[in-house]
Design a protein around this ligand. Structure first.
Ligand code: ZN
Length: 331
């Protein structure tokens, strides 16, 4: 726990995930507001509860919950906190229909991810195993009803801070940042993280019009780069990220992330110089054994970079072979 500025407290809630703790922010004001919640687990709830209490409040005092994006480490406890406190849950518009039926949304997410991994070279049995792991993680999320739905450019008061919400799709389709109009203080979710790159993970397209049943894949990395460039142009103060410590100088960090993407893109392009490869094989070139151990993340990376290389006409996809597997060719 750490008071970042007067009346704004960071609580690092434990998660069972590789990323470690997730930061949620308790912001004092006429309406005590909690930004993000932690995953749906007893350990996380207990930790959140104790932190809120030691700050002199009670979970029941929370008057509004605000969510930054769709990932379970950020939204999983929203229902329990909302039920206990009666607080409405404010969220990005596209998140409303998605969280209205978490189990159904997660079914479709898993189905899309499995089909992408299979067509990109992952063995059917491994794909099934990955799907089962995803299913086990599902319990860390939960259905929750939306209160207010927010869109790009909307004003929002968080605690006593007047902020503006900006859509920054990429890391996930629903990523939203909140920026204080006066000081440039940004509550950023996972849009920009100080220690780790915000993997733009395989996701389905999310439509705020309520059509959430599509299995169409969201072009996460191209969207992420566009979003980073938008944020780079902003005058910001301190950034409060979803994981890790607060930081200043967002421009420097964004430039590092953009350079890293260019570097990876070059490596992946070079891996194709000896002939067509599947995404799985490209991942093997770049990450070796990690590619097999972390297929979801490494696939997300390779497919994201291939989306950009295809956009730049540097790479093309083959049509599926008799196994239904596609390969990438350098042009
Ligand atoms: Zn996330």
């Amino acid at each position: 726990m750490e008071t970042v500025i007067d009346g704004l407290h960071k609580i690092a809630v434990p998660t069972p995930f590789l990323v470690g703790r997730v930061n949620v922010y308790l912001v004092e004001g006429p309406t005590l507001t909690l930004v993000d919640t932690g995953p749906n687990s007893g350990t996380s709830l207990d930790s959140l509860d104790r932190s809120v209490t030691s700050l002199g409040f009670d979970l029941d005092d929370i008057g509004e919950v605000v969510l930054t994006h769709q990932h379970v480490d950020h939204v999983g406890l929203a229902r329990i906190v909302a039920n206990r406190s009666g607080a409405p849950v404010t969220m990005p518009a596209a998140l409303g229909p998605y969280l209205a039926d978490w189990n159904h949304s997660a079914d479709l997410d898993d189905e899309m991810a499995a089909s992408v991994m299979k067509t990109n070279g992952l063995d059917g049995r491994v794909t099934q195993a990955v799907k089962q792991v995803a299913r086990a993680y599902r319990a860390f999320g939960a259905t929750v009803d939306a209160g207010r739905l927010i869109s790009d450019g909307d004003s929002i008061t968080i605690g006593s801070i007047e902020m503006t919400a900006y859509s920054r799709p990429g890391h996930s389709p629903t990523d939203t940042i909140f920026v204080c109009d006066e000081t440039g203080l940004m509550i950023g979710g996972d849009h920009l993280l100080p220690k780790v790159s915000s993997n733009p993970v395989l996701s389905r397209v999310m439509a705020s019009d309520g059509n959430t049943d599509t299995l169409e894949r969201f072009q996460s990395l191209p969207a992420y780069i566009e979003s980073l460039k938008k944020t780079r142009e902003m005058t910001l103060g301190t950034v409060l990220p979803g994981h890790g410590d607060a930081f200043d100088d967002h421009v420097k960090l964004i430039d590092e992330r953009l350079a890293m993407t260019d570097d990876r893109m070059e490596k992946m392009l070079a891996s194709l110089s000896d002939g067509p490869l599947t995404a799985l094989e490209v991942a093997g070139h770049i990450w070796g054994a990690v590619a097999a151990a972390q297929p979801f993340l490494t696939f997300s990376e390779v497919i994201g970079h291939m989306d950009i290389l295809k956009e730049q006409n540097l790479v093309e996809e083959t049509s599926p072979d008799n196994q239904g597997v596609i390969r990438f060719i350098q042009l």
